[in-house]
Design a protein around this ligand. Structure first.
Ligand code: SAM
Length: 271
């Protein structure tokens, strides 16, 4: 485990944190009353929040399996979240035990539980970087201690970009993505998902307002805004699509009957 000097490592239980709110929706135990309160408040506005979190997690599994089955053996997962089995390395190493995985997140609660992410196969490797996605120099430098960026890497930011603004003098999420993708070798994959207002604008507007009021900026994006993240990359079929529709397995098809969830997903390959 590693990270830049000065990154906060104390868990603040006085206000909700996205990783812990998401953990509550996933049925996890690593959250506090403030997180549960916000998770429930959002669920009251957006009844799909729990299904959306689960569907998003399952998309991560399918996308990682797709990259691993295509021969990718290196993974950089930013905005990892609190460990929830199966974790990304377990999915990748089930396909290819020699897969190497670097996880990164900026939340001290994820750091506290990161040990669970470090149980690699003997042939592979897993490491954890405690850092902010907005500090690509640090993340890329520390990831390069485990990954060889001359070879393909699957870069995943799953359910992360909706916490980042697009303003060039703000988080500059498009510029940030470009910076990470620019480091990737041909044959690399980019795996993304994020909340959209397109399908249920009122519910998502309210959910975003709850997040913002609790101190977490939140930026749902339309389909064209989400698709723009993949500019210059070759999108894999079926393209950018609501998350349960991305190469669904039978259990996802079943989940679709409960209704669509307001999360877009996509996977692309760098030529
Ligand atoms: C909704 S969770 C998604 C977890 C996991 N990627 C998944 O989809 O199952 C979002 C994660 O992004 C992390 N996160 C939010 N802002 C971040 C930032 N600026 N830098 C790094 N991680 C961040 C949160 O701490 C949280 O763990």
């Amino acid at each position: 485990m590693t990270g830049p000097e000065g990154a906060p490592t104390t868990v603040d239980t006085s206000r909700p944190h996205p990783a812990r709110v998401y953990d509550w929706w996933l049925g996890g135990k690593d959250n506090y009353p403030v997180d549960e309160e916000l998770a429930r408040r959002i669920l009251a506005s957006d009844a799909t929040a729990v299904r959306g979190a689960r569907a998003n997690r399952r998309f991560m599994h399918r996308a990682v399996r797709t990259a691993a089955e295509a021969g990718v053996r290196q993974f950089l997962d930013i905005g990892t979240g609190i460990p929830t089995e199966p974790n990304l390395h377990q999915v990748a190493q089930e396909v290819a035990p020699d897969s190497k995985v670097v996880y990164a997140d900026n939340d001290p609660i994820v750091l506290r539980h990161a040990q669970a992410l470090l149980h690699s196969t003997p042939e592979g490797a897993t490491t954890y970087v405690h850092a902010d996605v907005r500090d690509p120099d640090t993340i890329l430098r520390l990831a390069a201690e485990t990954l060889d960026f001359a070879e393909p890497v699957a870069l995943s930011l799953v359910a992360l970009t909706h916490y980042l603004s697009a303003e060039p003098d703000g988080d500059d999420v498009y510029g940030l993505l470009k910076r990470y993708v620019g480091e990737l070798a041909p044959g690399s994959y980019v795996i993304l998902s994020q909340v959209t207002p397109d399908l249920s604008p009122e519910a998502i507007g309210k959910a975003a307002e709850h997040f913002r009021r609790s101190g977490t900026p939140f930026y749902p994006r339309s389909l064209p805004e989400f698709a723009r993240f993949f500019d210059g990359l070759d999108l894999l079929g079926p393209g950018v699509i609501p998350v349960t529709g991305w190469r669904p397995e039978p259990v996802d098809v079943e989940a679709q009957t409960e209704g669509i969830v307001p999360v877009y997903a996509g996977v692309a390959r760098k030529a």
